[in-house]
Design a protein around this ligand. Sequence first.
Ligand code: SAH
Ligand code: SF4
Length: 347
Amino acid sequence: MRELLDLSPAELREYFASLGEPRYRARQVFEWAWKHLVWDFSRMTNLPVSLRERLTQEFTIGAAEPGASLMDAEEGTEKILLKLPDGEGVETVLMREEDRRTVCVSTQVGCPIGCAFCATGKMGFHRNLSAGEIALQVLFFARKLKAEGERVTHVVLMGMGEPLLNYEATIKAIRNLNHPWGLNLGARRFTVSTVGIVPGILRLAQEGMQLNLAVSLHAPWDDLRAELVPLAKTYSIREVLEATEEYIRATKRRITYEYVLISGVNDSPAAARALGKLLKGRLAHVNLIPFNPAPGLPFRRPSLHRVEAFKRELLKRGINVTVRHSRGVRIQAGCGQLRAQLRANPG
Ligand code: SAH
Ligand code: SF4
């Protein structure tokens, strides 16, 4: 069986052409799956019954079973583990804040980078997700919100995995979610978060889409960064910043730099000053994320006082900065944590 959500509109057209069906079938089926969020061919009432039967035999749609979920009603955060047909699980989070409904999606099961402070990194790399598996995380919550008369407004690729190491599937999922026949989510509603894969950033700059780019920096110096992010040995901070400047030239989008603040590691005033110097004069926004503890991670979150002091150093240098007081901490919504917890307490 193939997964319908893995196909682009162009591929659907090719498929229907191969069956000798009219061109407009592609749009009909894409609209059912991606706009009306109907994942049952027998309910696609504008298709001939024989075609519905054929599609049922050939395709799954949104093949993932909702598994364990955790909810923080007060905070409006909801996290779900979606079980894929091969038994792997993927985490997706919905954040409700004022008029925003943001879905945080995973792009890989596990991650090959292995950052020292990241629960996903600790679990190693299992496999890439397909375009359909990436998109269905958004569509899963889109269906849920639709029942409540609401819709997904933003998508952040900040769940498990490194999106730019699963480039084709990630871009295909974004293009399908962006397509006017489907959810029609504007390119500016997406944020791709990367640990700093330089060739991937340069390639993304050439896609002709105004996607937001977030780059996980975590340190102003290469040697400190390499202690936290093994990939830093491959791409220096200078090379990463050259790539982000190219991204700005091509897209005119401001770059977000993510910085996980870890007590006694990268949260010193000297680090803040060096970061300020590095980013001064650039089209940049810094997102400070106080470290989110998880079992097996040997770090501590800095005090609120220390976080504020770091922020002040950046503000003094004219750098835009916000502190993301990790939402979802109470439901263990930090990167890779739900899955780790389910492993620890199966059932
Ligand atoms: N691989 C990509 C996207 C997924 S991680 C990347 O690294 O950017 C999304 C964000 O969560 C990254 O900024 C990452 O540094 C952050 N993160 C990972 N583990 C964390 C933890 N324990 N506490 C706080 N933030 C964490
Ligand atoms: Fe991978 Fe991002 Fe976690 Fe690093 S922080 S291990 S790149 S998911």
